[in-house]
Design a protein around this ligand. Structure first.
Ligand code: OAD
Length: 247
């Protein structure tokens, strides 16, 4: 374990990857481990197309509850530290998050790639209309797609979340890749925060960044599955570590 700091200068570019751990101190449960979301809600039932087809009411109740939970909480010191870092770096900063709670944006980050989608958008389960802003909770009546209805078809709306078995939006991956490629000739720092390193492709970003010459850092409460891939590992809570990590 190292407890040193990350020196930021005018040549430094920072790619951050966050996971559920960064929102834990705001009161949002993580996925794995004791009391994790996946302990009480079987993934295949609430986070797959198969589950949605079988029981859309259950799935919408799950995401409606997560909308309500996320709306009730505020960003913590870890989120704020990343917002300050973006203010400092501007276009030399990119934040890829696996989180769908919107707390990074609430904290003030603008250069954010929401790799796993967002709780705050809904899309059609059938047609390719653009995902749209939606904060509604659906507890009983299921929302239908108005665009499909106009064509005389019937389709349910679904949360704009990447479910298991689904592909990430290639545009999101391309944006991350472009940031890494644009870092040639500068000093690239890759920092992962609050993620167990169990879900690909997010868990592979460290290797991608390292191959591009990045200095790699992990801030996590417990050892992550891929921590061997990082040069610097800080075990601690992100809300305690991040505010004094960048100098
Ligand atoms: P996990 O629940 O798998 O891991 C959370 C990690 O955060 C664990 O390693 C904890 O040790 C760490 N942690 C907890 N509290 C922390 C704190 N205060 N500070 C720092 N670290 C802390 O969550 P993710 O890695 O984000 O995907 O999970 C990845 C994906 O798996 C999620 O985006 C979700 C899930 O299935 C989808 O739903 C598509």
């Amino acid at each position: 374990m190292t407890t040193s700091t990350i020196r930021i200068d005018e040549r430094t570019r920072v790619l951050v990857l966050t996971g559920a751990g960064i929102s834990a101190e705001s009161g949002i449960p993580t996925f794995r481990g004791a009391d994790g979301l996946w302990e009480n809600h079987p993934i295949e039932k609430v986070a797959s197309m198969r589950g949605f087809v079988d029981d859309p009411i259950l799935v919408w109740r799950f995401y409606s509850q997560r909308r309500a939970d996320a709306k009730a909480v505020a960003p913590n010191a870890g989120h704020h530290a990343l917002a300050r870092l973006e203010e400092r770096l501007g276009d030399r900063f990119l934040l890829a998050t696996q989180n769908v709670d919107g707390l990074h944006t609430k904290a003030g980050n603008a250069r954010v790639v929401e790799m796993h989608g967002t709780l705050w958008k809904t899309r059609c389960s059938r047609c390719d209309r653009e995902p749209f802003d939606d904060e509604e909770v659906y507890l009983g009546d299921l929302p239908g797609c108005g665009a499909c209805a106009k064509r005389g078809e019937s389709a349910l709306l679904r949360p704009h979340i990447v479910w298991f078995g689904e592909r990430l939006d290639p545009r999101d991956l391309a944006r991350i890749d472009a940031f890494v490629r644009a870092s040639r000739g500068s000093r690239l720092v890759f920092l992962a925060v609050g993620t167990s390193g169990r879900v690909s492709p997010a868990s592979e970003l460290v290797v991608h960044a390292r191959d591009a010459g990045a200095e790699t850092w992990l801030v996590n409460l417990e050892p992550s599955d891929n921590q061997g891939a990082f040069e610097h590992v800080v075990h601690g809570a992100s809300g305690a570590v991040l505010p004094s990590l960048f100098v």
